[in-house]
Design a protein around this ligand. Structure first.
Ligand code: SF4
Ligand code: SF4
Length: 201
């Protein structure tokens, strides 16, 4: 298995893609993540960029001498007019993942409340609330957990407001086991798959 495949497996990339296929970025967002994000890619991905277009790849720089990580100077030079990715089917893992973001815990994934990220956070919170309401825990405790999730939705809605002006966004951390169950729940809803470009590999 090559390095990219190993990374994808470790971060549950396929599961994340199976969630993202139900979401599409609003046009009004104007590819904010590609224009303003801090995007770090692997050396192998940088080499792919260099093969595709050496001139455009000049805007991708090594983080430090001998670092395996490279940084895309925003706005990404591979972004096409009308805010489409010019290397969609060869895009770096980090791009295929966003608004999910890798953390260092090894057992969870971050999710940022950009316009699409917030919709996923809200759906996840509603699913968690539904789950807790079905458990046999005392009603008082149930109400407390549900209120906590309602507050979570509210706090990420606040984070979303004016998100394009913020340098960093507070992100929710979702444990991988809950992510897997949430993905199963989403597929059980039989929703239309609106993001045809996701890479389910
Ligand atoms: S992933 Fe989020 S920030 Fe990026 S274009 Fe979509 S909605 Fe906008
Ligand atoms: S490679 Fe594509 S998805 Fe990634 S930042 Fe550039 S334009 Fe956006």
């Amino acid at each position: 298995m090559d390095m990219r495949e190993a990374v994808k497996k470790a971060i549950h990339y396929g599961t994340i893609q199976s969630i993202l296929q139900y979401y599409i970025c609003p046009q009004e967002c104007e590819a904010h993540c590609c224009k303003h994000g801090q995007i770090h890619i692997f050396e192998e991905e940088y080499r792919t960029f260099s093969q595709i277009d050496p001139e455009k790849a000049k805007r991708v720089q090594s983080e430090m001498p001998a670092s395996p990580l490279y940084r895309i100077e925003p706005p990404c030079s591979f972004l096409k007019p009308h805010d489409r990715c010019g290397v969609y089917y060869q895009r770096p893992i980090v791009c295929g993942l966003y608004p999910f973001k890798v953390n260092t815990s090894g057992n969870s994934i971050g999710l940022q409340p950009c316009p699409v990220g917030f919709l996923i956070i809200r759906e996840f919170a509603l699913w968690m609330m539904g789950n807790v309401s079905k458990t046999g825990i005392p009603e008082e405790e149930k109400a407390k957990v549900i209120t906590e999730w309602e507050n979570t939705i509210e706090s990420y809605a606040e984070e979303l407001s004016g998100f394009h002006m913020k340098n960093t966004l507070k992100e929710i951390q979702i444990p991988f086991d809950e992510l897997e169950m949430f993905a199963m729940y989403m597929s059980s809803k039989d929703l239309p798959k609106i993001n045809a470009g996701v890479d389910l590999g």
